[in-house]
Ligand binder design. Structure first.
Ligand code: KG4
Ligand code: ZN
Length: 336
């Protein structure tokens, strides 16, 4: 069962091929990725129309590169998966359109995949994959969720952000500090040279007793602090970056620990772009090691958007008998 997966929800075009034969975790045979970050940098954020057009330019060469890597011919593909949403409508349409066109030409079915399910399952592609059940901390640019995961397609939402996502908090704070786009990696790089306790920033909902998050207030606090510093800001920029990161990471770690305690589960899976953050990884590792819990991450290069996670999620759905939505009518179907 060879599955081609296409990701185009935002500013990364990703294509991958997995082998989902049998019941073993689908095996990655090849994958190719192009990030549009440089193109959007000049605008300080993703420009949707430019994103769509660049996906069009990249998707076929990336598909060819993926096939070349795996040494297989397109005709060998049994199912074409694509990111159905959430994401930018125009960007999603490119991936969906290409997937449907390839599938139609091959007379094979298509399967629309939920982008977050891709992130959620991406640690299964690592050398030390997790086992079900586990608690998942999903931290991306658009989402911050804690979930109980009992199997493929068996997800229970335990808590989520009531306003900004964790990645958004990184990106918006970075913008306020004059760091480029995307802000998360830039802010975390600068934070290495700063003192995380230099500024007292709020930890919203830390003691709320539930598993929800709120990051909108943090951004305002960073802005207030930056204004207060005025001309001193450049000299204190690293301290403010470190303090901002510490506030975000502390809330993510404490709520993850609370979710594990409440559920009685001993395994945490971290996924999404913010999962690449070194400080988050360090502190989650420490908090879980202390209690004898395991933490699983996707490989670093699979933390942010990629085609491998979409092909993988499709493969795991097929194996779990959940691919009944696989369509053969090639109608475009995106859920922005
Ligand atoms: O999962 P992802 O690639 O795209 C979405 O589905 O949103 O996540 C992108 C987010 C951005 O907000 C980016 O700033 C953040 O992940 N990010 C990081 C790091 N690397 C990426 N945030 C903090 N530290 C990082 N090292
Ligand atoms: Zn994503």
């Amino acid at each position: 069962m060879l599955i081609l997966g296409i990701e185009s929800s935002c500013d990364e075009t990703g294509v991958a091929l997995v082998d989902a034969s049998g019941s073993a975790v689908p095996r990655l045979l090849g994958h190719a990725l192009h990030s549009q970050i440089e193109m959007h940098q000049a605008y300080g954020g993703v420009v949707p129309e430019l994103a769509s057009r660049d996906h069009i330019r990249r998707v076929l060469p990336l598909t060819e590169a993926t096939l070349q890597q795996s040494g297989l011919d397109l005709a060998a593909v049994d199912l074409v998966a694509y990111t159905r949403g959430p994401g930018l409508a125009g960007a999603l349409l490119v991936g969906a359109g290409v997937a449907c066109a390839i599938a139609a030409a091959l007379d094979k079915p298509t399967l629309g995949v939920h982008h977050l399910e891709g992130h959620l399952l991406s640690p299964f592609l690592s050398a030390d994959p997790p086992e079900f059940p586990f608690i998942a901390l999903l931290v991306s640019g658009g989402h911050t969720q804690l979930m109980r995961v009992d199997g493929v397609g068996r997800y229970e939402l335990l808590g989520e952000t009531i306003d900004d996502a964790a990645g958004e908090a990184f990106d918006k704070s970075a913008k306020l500090l004059g760091l480029g786009y995307p802000g998360g990696p830039a802010l975390s790089r600068l934070a290495r040279q700063g003192d995380p306790e230099a500024f007292k920033l709020p930890r919203p909902l830390l003691h709320s007793g539930d598993l929800d998050f709120s990051f909108a207030g943090l951004k305002t606090a960073v802005l207030t602090q930056a204004r207060k510093l005025g001309t001193e800001l450049p000299a204190r920029q690293a301290d403010l970056a470190a303090s901002t990161q510490a506030a975000i990471v502390e809330v993510l770690v404490k709520k993850s620990v609370a979710a594990l305690k409440q559920s009685g589960l001993k395994r945490l899976v971290v996924a999404g772009g913010v999962g690449a953050n070194a400080s988050l990884r360090e502190q989650l590792d420490a908090a879980c090691a202390k209690r004898g819990w395991r933490v699983h991450y996707p490989e670093l290069h699979l933390c942010t958007d990629n085609g491998a996670m979409i092909a993988l999620a499709a493969g795991m759905r097929v194996q779990a008998g959940l691919a009944d939505r696989a369509a053969a009518d090639y109608a475009f179907d995106v859920r922005p």
